[in-house]
Design a protein. Structure first.
Length: 481
């Protein structure tokens, strides 16, 4: 097992630790389950986020356990280490970009300072003496803070032709091509329908249907790529209702861009729900598994040779076969190494990102939707249904651990060590006979393990009906097929 935990709405809400979060993380740690905190948040370094989370939870969190929405930009930086790029988000995002390996990151305030006529509403930013940039790509690292300014400059940048021979002038900072003249036909009014995120490919197109949009000039074609790190429209904060985040900016900007250019905005999506994020998460979890001591040994005792279970006498072949199946699993095993048989769990509060992403990441991923953040409905989400829906993260982790432990045959508790039922505590007698639950291995009485409580244990290769105690038989964490 390996787990990807969302942060906002699952572990924290508005900076406060949610109920059960500390116990949930501690239980995963105690059971040697690799964990990555996978959030669509960002705007800080992974080390800073790890320190912040550690201080709130009181549990050691390593930098390698943090996957921010923009973390995979580290790999993209290799393409632009010698290029100038535009970075959107708060001013500190430029430093994060440098830390990732981007050679020459620029912010909107820095571009505005070169020529404050680029935006009609005047601003005051610190001066600099950097030369005019030739922007090769644009990256949205975190929530933009000055939408008007950033939409204007981002539009200019995306329409820039970095291969154009014309040099930037005072009139136009960017290389826009043959004409910078204003087109009177640009004033179309649009009705944007928002963004469509394809969790299979990572590509995103706006689907706005714009009336009267500009369509006839190559100057209005997007010429450089835009990388975005979070399509979430809202997130759970301290305020009682969800707050807008980066996806809200992108929805508005995509509609504006199509109204102005007559063409859809093209973006390369990162963060949840895109597959790139989940492949990156798997790499981090695999690295944890390699560095963790996860060896386990399953011991099957031989003290049950003279077990006088009634069910054994009545159905000896079932008992013998069950024991054989368990003994086949009793050799030492290396525990949950990331591989083809590993189950990855995505736990989050947003169906459109957390659940959609986990569901699309492959058959080796399962999803758990919690009601402690954005999602509040009793029933499962209709469009992006999770494998499970629970109230909070502690319940979610209980499901994961139940699945983890059901995947390894239990050690049978020896007869001689049990004088009474493990559940009701009644003493065993000639009348009140002992039985073994085939799943948990405990010695129980006939009342606590009725003869009719039989199920196959497919994950152990035991397909014939096997006797279960009432706790295992009715466990909400076990799905019977």
């Amino acid at each position: 097992m390996a787990v990807a935990l969302d942060i906002d709405g699952v572990i924290l809400r508005g900076g406060d630790v949610l109920s059960g979060a500390v116990d949930a993380v501690r239980r995963l740690k105690e059971n040697n389950v690799p964990v990555v905190f996978m959030t669509n948040g960002g705007g800080v370094t992974e080390a800073e986020k790890a320190r912040s989370l550690q201080s709130k939870l009181g549990i050691i969190i390593h930098e390698g356990q943090i996957l921010l929405a923009h973390t995979p930009f580290k790999e993209v930086a290799l393409r632009y280490e010698r290029e100038s790029v535009l970075v959107l988000g708060h001013p500190g995002c430029a430093s994060i970009a440098c830390n990732y390996g981007f050679g020459d990151p620029w912010t909107c305030p820095q571009i505005y300072t070169i020529d404050n006529d680029i935006y009609p509403i005047k601003r005051e930013f610190p001066p600099h003496d950097r030369p005019k940039p030739n922007i090769a790509a644009a990256f949205i690292f975190h929530d933009p803070v000055d939408w008007g300014l950033e939409m204007q400059i981002l539009t200019d940048v995306l329409l820039t032709d970095p291969t154009a021979k014309a040099k930037p002038t005072k009139k136009s900072i960017f290389r826009l091509g043959s004409s910078d003249k204003e087109d009177p036909g640009d004033q179309g009014q649009g009705q944007g329908q928002g963004l469509g995120a394809d969790s299979r490919t990572g590509s995103v197109d706006s689907t706005a249907d714009i009336a009267g949009s500009h369509t006839g000039s190559t100057d209005r074609q997007q010429k450089i790529p835009l990388y975005v790190s979070n399509l979430d429209l809202v997130y759970a904060a301290t305020y009682p209702t969800p707050r807008f985040t980066q996806g809200a900016f992108l929805t508005a900007f995509a509609s504006l861009f199509q109204a102005y250019t007559g063409t859809p905005l093209r973006m390369e999506g990162y963060g949840k729900p895109f597959p790139t994020q989940y492949r990156y998460c798997e790499k981090l979890l695999e690295l944890q598994a390699v560095n963790m001591d996860q060896s386990i040994e399953i011991k099957i005792t031989d003290d049950d040779d003279d077990d006088d279970d009634d069910d054994d006498k009545e159905g000896g072949s079932e008992h013998d076969e069950s024991r054989k199946k368990q003994q086949q699993h009793s050799s030492p095993a290396k525990g949950p190494e990331i591989g083809a048989t590993t189950v990855f769990w995505g736990i989050g509060d947003n169906p459109k990102s957390d659940i959609r992403g986990a569901n699309a990441a492959g058959p080796h991923w399962k999803s758990i939707l919690v009601r402690s953040g954005v999602y509040k409905e009793t029933a499962n989400d209709l469009n992006d249904p999770a494998t499970y829906v629970v109230d909070g993260v502690l319940e979610a982790v209980d499901i994961v651990l139940a699945q983890l432990h059901r995947g390894t045959p239990a050690s049978w508790s020896p007869d001689k060590a049990n004088t009474g039922c493990a559940i009701c505590k009644k003493a065993f007698t000639l009348i009140n006979r002992r039985h073994h639950c085939r799943r948990c291995g405990q010695c129980v009485c006939g009342t606590c393990a009725p003869a009719g409580n039989t199920r196959a244990i497919a994950e152990w290769g035991i397909m014939e009906p096997s006797r279960h105690c009432k706790n295992c038989y009715k466990s909400p964490h076990l799905q019977w097929s």
